[in-house]
Design a protein around this ligand. Structure first.
Ligand code: SAH
Length: 226
C-alpha cells in the first residue's frame, strides 16, 4: 500500500483537500495512508527549537539539520525503501511521469520547508530529492506536498473510478487534452461541434487528436519538442 509520511510545522493542515472526494474515499478504503508528523516533536530543548539564523547573515531563519535529520531517521530508518522528498522551488519540476513512478512505489517521506528553507547538509546527508511544483515561491512546502500527493494518489489503481479516462488526459501522451462539451446542445448561441454528435467514433477520435495537437502547439510548444 502507498503510504505517505509528511514532516511539517503545520500537521493540522493535513489531510486537508487530500481527505475529500475520491482521494478521501481511497484513504477510507485503505488504498493509501497519510501521516503528518510535527517537526517540533523532534526538537530537544525546552523551547522546542527547530530553526536558527542563517550562517553568513541575511534575513529569515533556516530549519536545523540535526532536528530534521532525527525526524527523517525516526520516521523512515535507512531500511525504508521510500524516496525522501523535499518540497523546494530549487527542485526538479514535478511531472506526470514522476507522479506515475511514485504511484507504483511504496509511498514517500515528504519534508515541507518553511522560512528560508533547510540546512544544505541534511539535504545532502539524507539524499533528499528536491521537487518543485513551479517557478514561483510559496511560504511553505505544505501546499506543494498536497499538490504532489494529489497528482500521485489519483494514479493509484482503484482510487479513480474510470481508469481508461486517464490515458487521454493532459500530459499522459505528451499533449494537452482536447476540449470537452456536454448538453445543452446550444449554449448562448454556441453549438456543440457537430462531429461530436455524429456517432462516427473514428472521426471523433481523429478530431480530438487534431484539437490536442493544435492546443499543444499554440500553448505549450515545449511539450512537442520533448
Ligand atoms: N529561500 C527559498 C524559498 C523558501 S520558501 C528559495 O529562495 O529557494 C519556504 C519553503 O516553501 C521551501 O523550503 C519549500 O519547502 C516551500 N516551497 C516554496 N516554493 C515552492 C515551490 N515552488 N515548490 C515546492 N516547494 C516550495
Amino acid at each position: 500500500m502507498f503510504s505517505a509520511d509528511i514532516i511539517t510545522l503545520f500537521p493540522d493542515l493535513f489531510p486537508g483537500p487530500l481527505g475529500a472526494s475520491v482521494l478521501g474515499r481511497g484513504m477510507a478504503d485503505g488504498l493509501w495512508t497519510l501521516k503528518a508528523h510535527h517537526l517540533r516533536d523532534f526538537a530537544t530543548d525546552r523551547h522546542r527549537t527547530v530553526d536558527d539564523t542563517p550562517s553568513g547573515g541575511g534575513a529569515g531563519m533556516v530549519l536545523k539539520p540535526d532536528i530534521l535529520g532525527k525526524a527523517i531517521d525516526t520516521i523512515a530508518p535507512a531500511s525504508d525503501p521510500r524516496p525522501r522528498i523535499l518540497m523546494s522551488p530549487r527542485g526538479k519540476p514535478l511531472t506526470q511521469r514522476r507522479a506515475h513512478e511514485l504511484a507504483t512505489g511504496a509511498g514517500a517521506v515528504i519534508v515541507c520547508g518553511r522560512f528560508e528553507g533547510v540546512d544544505q547538509r541534511v539535504i545532502d546527508a539524507r539524499h533528499l530529492e528536491e521537487i518543485s511544483i513551479g517557478d514561483y515561491v510559496l511560504a511553505g512546502g505544505e501546499v506543494a506536498a498536497m499538490v504532489l500527493l494529489e497528482a500521485v494518489v489519483r494514479l493509484i489503481p482503484g482510487v479513480l473510478g474510470a481508469l481508461d479516462s486517464r490515458d487521454e488526459e493532459s500530459f499522459e501522451n505528451g499533449l494537452l487534452e482536447y476540449p470537452h462539451y456536454t448538453r445543452p446542445q446550444n449554449f448562448e448561441g454556441r453549438e456543440i461541434p457537430a462531429i461530436l454528435t455524429s456517432g462516427d467514433h473514428a472521426r471523433i477520435a481523429r478530431w480530438r487528436h487534431e484539437q490536442s495537437l493544435a492546443l499543444t502547439k499554440a500553448r505549450r510548444p515545449d511539450l512537442l519538442k520533448s
